[in-house]
Ligand binder design. Structure first.
Ligand code: CP
Length: 317
């Protein structure tokens, strides 16, 4: 394994190795097995869990982690090849990552969300992550890009593997803003490939990319009615995302307005466990009663983030 860009690019054996290692760390603690190694996190967007997990996991392994908010304290980075750099970016990714960071650290983590104000066809090419991968001479870790969030996906798979459910629903929920699709994409690919029977629930027009369905394989049924899709499942994994029609300069926020009723509440939860990657808008995406209830796994998911991050760094450093 020389980089982790998405669950779609990891083999089943590689995912199992990372989950086994994470479980070993949960049992025995994270060993300081990578002293003298350096990790750099480049954050183009905000983060609490991923950023903290990267730092805690690095330090627990005996490595050192440096985190930069791109454009705040470090220079803005241009990622387009051949750009005439007379705009706001002060340096090119080839210099920041290729000519400097690759010589200074042993792995680079990158968080770069989809820019929803740009056309979807541009975002699905994951332009910033791709430019960094192409410039880097050290392993790159995707800390959530336009297309995947493999660090979250590994933590989610660790939790599911412990509880052994059969049917898992990934459901869209209302949110006032269009959010990226990385989390549901990774959940769909990871859960379906792991053999869970997946119900993917979303309103009409909020479909995930056909490329992601292809990477997930066949064990997925799509529901455009939330109640129908959640009925009889063992786990409800909630997440909001933007429709492909909401991408681009016009936004089309009106597309989500009719779906304000898509919230996970006690009635819809039934006996199912509840999962969410966090951050979450309480009483919009999920009611307090569900997320704070006895069948909520969000705390276990959040705790798993450090374990799986440590497993990834252990393998890449
Ligand atoms: N789930 C997740 O990635 O959280 P952060 O955005 O806080 O990192």
């Amino acid at each position: 394994m020389n980089r982790v860009l998405g669950l779609a690019q990891l083999s089943d054996d590689e995912i199992t190795t990372l989950l086994d290692l994470s479980d070993r760390f949960a049992k025995d603690g994270i060993p300081p097995a990578r002293p003298g190694r350096f990790v750099c996190g480049l954050f183009f967007n905000p983060s609490l869990r991923t950023r903290t997990a990267l730092e805690v996991a690095s330090l627990s392994l005996g490595a050192h982690c440096i985190v930069h908010d791109v454009g705040a304290g470090v220079w803005k980075i241009e990622t387009r090849d051949g750009a005439v750099m007379d705009g706001v970016a002060q340096e090119h990714v080839r210099d920041a990552v290729g000519n400097f960071l690759s010589t200074a650290v042993h792995a680079i983590g990158v968080r770069t969300f989809a820019e929803i104000s740009r056309p979807y066809e541009e975002c699905r090419k994951d332009p910033v992550l791709s430019a960094i991968v192409s410039a880097s001479r050290v392993p790159v870790i995707n800390l959530e890009s336009a297309i995947e969030h493999p660090m979250q996906g590994l933590a989610d798979l660790l939790v599911l593997r412990r509880h052994k459910p059969r049917k898992v629903a990934i459901t869209w929920a209302y949110h006032p803003r269009a959010l990226p699709m990385a989390v549901p994409n990774t959940a769909l690919i990871g859960f379906a490939r792991a053999g869970y029977e997946v119900h993917l629930c979303h309103p009409e027009g909020f479909d995930l990319d056909p490329m992601v369905h292809e990477q997930a394989g066949g064990n997925v049924t799509v529901f455009e009615d939330m109640d129908e899709g959640l009925r009889g499942v063992d786990v409800i994994y909630a997440k909001s995302w933007g429709a492909r029609g909401e991408y681009g300069p016009k936004g089309h926020a009106e597309l989500r307005v009719p779906h304000k009723g898509w919230i996970v509440n006690r009635e819809r939860q039934g006996n199912a466990a509840f999962m969410h990657c966090l951050p979450v808008r309480r009483n919009v995406v999920v009611t307090d009663e569900v997320i704070d209830g006895p069948n909520s796994w969000v705390s276990e998911q959040a705790h798993a983030r450090v374990l799986t991050q440590a497993a990834v760094l252990h393998e890449l450093l």
